[in-house]
Design a protein around this ligand. Structure first.
Ligand code: NOJ
Length: 538
């Protein structure tokens, strides 16, 4: 597989994380190199040819640190090492060197809100009330009735407070009880965590995706969260409350600004925040009075109803809300969400790919979406995710979107030589990288082509965006720069649509069906079922 020279499309006034495309790897499921059924760092290294061939600019790897794996790496017991299941620090250094040799950037996951309950810090903190690390976590006396200090709920079900009989206080955990929250009001904690960032930035990491950034600071008065009028039976239990006091406190922005100052000490490092908030709140993480993150992850495409006019409205609104001078971003999927092909169906997954890769802002792809992987049914005895185990049957489990990457039609999809930690999808014989890379009409070919077209036409990556029309199932927008004007017309439905394209006729750059390149497109035109078209108005 030939490599693309990513740097050749560089523009001096735009940064790599603005021009580029981020690819998320869930390391347990990408490639196993040592036959234990779990992916690892050397496995990722073996697959770098593929990432070069696909044409991604940056790779974000979900946590690789030592962890009891209660939340699959998001429960960290040592921030400055690599979990044996993923390899060693030496393997990590080799991976960094190899990735950089290919001019791909490497982004790691930073999990500042909570540690594992097995982290040395927490072991010390819980050992006695007068331990110097007591105040590193959030300890609170019981309420007068002996119950938890307030009504806050855990994202993984049940109360967010765990009683510690040994020291006679509760500790707070926004997620599992094995994931105690750090006390970010304590400056010593901040310093320790900033040292962690320096440890990895000094090793050559190009940026971080920061886990649950909006959770870091909780209300100093520990006020009860109010009921959520939007809660419906069948929703996750924590949705009973609005997390008004347990998350998104104004003081969090002070922490974000401190982190940003640290990032600024290094050259061109990117700071991405994982933030699930309504868009008006989300954009405040760009920083209002103080500097914020470069990219507060924008998950709107994950939650929006798959409807042309809804999505059109959302894009326009987001475009309006992103502060002047800041850079937008878009995400179609991640390791916590149902896969796009399962949400919208395999045909519309192609339209979604064209949308993601023609919008203004940095796109993040989730591994496997480029081959159209769907959610995989997990038999009860193979369920891993605590989100499913704690609140069964509500569809909260995240195993279905975390199954092994499908590389070939050979046993275990060439992900591993043994039965993997999660089952491989049944369709792996036909849905795999090897088969789809050779098929000129496959979704993988479509993704690869879209990445090329985005790189060839700078109007798509860094040009202006303008809304053009939205009618029924069809949405049209324009991307332009000094050199060219491109129209993107997307059919969100399964029927043929006649469209009146604004402006003069042009030439098709590409279709999601991968067949109309170079064709003349009239102002009065037709989109086939599930078709998206990029048209050069020249
Ligand atoms: C967000 C991560 O993406 C998710 O996988 C994890 O369970 C929670 N944060 C807790 O760390």
């Amino acid at each position: 597989m030939a490599e693309i020279d990513v740097a050749s499309s560089a523009r001096p006034n735009m940064l790599w994380w603005q021009r580029g495309i981020v690819y998320q790897i869930y390391p347990l499921s990408f490639q196993d190199s040592n036959g234990d059924g779990k992916g690892d760092l050397n496995g990722i290294r073996q697959r770098l040819d593929y990432l070069g061939w696909l044409g991604v600019d940056a790779v974000w790897i979900s946590p690789i640190y030592p962890s009891p794996m209660k939340d699959f790496g998001y429960d960290i017991s040592d921030y400055c090492d690599v979990a044996p299941t993923f390899g060693t620090l030496g393997d990590f250094d080799e991976l960094v060197a190899e990735i950089h040799r290919r001019r791909i950037k490497l982004i790691l996951d930073f999990v500042p809100n909570h540690t594992s309950d097995q982290h040395q810090w927490f072991l010390e903190s819980r050992s006695s009330r007068d331990n110097p690390r007591r105040n590193w976590y959030i300890w609170h006396d019981p309420a007068p009735d002996g119950g938890p200090p307030n009504n806050w709920l855990s994202v993984f079900g049940g109360k967010a407070w765990e009683w510690d009989a040994h020291t006679g206080q509760y500790y707070y955990h926004a997620f599992l009880k094995e994931q105690p929250d750090l006390n970010w009001r304590n400056p010593v904690v901040r310093k320790a965590m900033y040292d962690v960032l320096r440890f990895w930035l000094g090793r050559g990491v190009d940026g971080f995706r920061i886990d649950v950034l909006w959770h870091l600071i909780k209300d100093d008065q520990f006020r009860n969260d109010p009921p959520n009028p939007g809660y419906r039976p069948g929703d996750a239990e924590h949705r009973r409350l609005l997390q008004r006091y347990s998350t998104d406190r104004p003081e969090v922005h002070e922490v974000v600004a401190e982190m940003r100052a640290l990032f600024n000490e290094y050259e061109e490092r990117v700071m991405i925040g994982e933030i699930y908030l309504p868009v008006e709140r989300l954009v405040s993480y760009y920083g209002l009075e103080r500097p914020g993150v470069h990219l507060p992850f924008n998950f709107q495409l994950i939650h929006a109803p798959w409807n042309a006019c809804e999505i059109d409205r959302m894009i326009v609104e987001y475009d309006r809300l992103v502060p002047e001078g800041e850079w937008p971003n878009w995400v179609l999927g991640n390791h916590d969400q149902r896969r796009i092909a399962s949400r919208v169906g395999p045909q519309q997954a192609r339209v979604a790919a064209m949308l993601l890769l023609t919008l203004r802002g940095t796109p993040t792809l989730y591994y496997g979406d480029e081959i159209g992987m769907e959610d995989v049914f997990i038999p009860p005895q193979r369920i891993q995710d605590p989100a499913e185990k704690n609140e069964p049957g509500l569809g909260l489990g995240r195993d279905p979107e975390r199954t092994p990457m499908q590389w070939e039609g050979s046993p275990h999809a060439a992900f591993s030589t043994t039965e993997p930690w999660l089952p491989v999808a049944e369709d792996f014989h036909r849905r795999n990288v090897k088969v789809l890379a050779e098929d000129p009409r496959s979704i993988l070919t479509l993704y690869k082509r879209l990445l090329e077209v985005r790189r060839e036409h700078l109007a798509l990556s860094i040009g202006h965006y303008a809304q053009r029309q939205c009618k029924g199932n069809v949405m049209v927008y324009e991307r332009s720069n000094e050199a060219e004007r491109l129209l993107i017309a997307l059919n969100f439905g399964h029927d043929t649509e006649r469209v009146q394209l604004p402006g003069a006729a042009g030439k098709a750059v590409m279709s999601t069906h991968l067949d109309r390149a170079g064709e003349k497109v009239d102002a009065n035109s037709v989109l086939r079922p599930d078709e998206g078209l990029i048209i050069n108005l020249a």
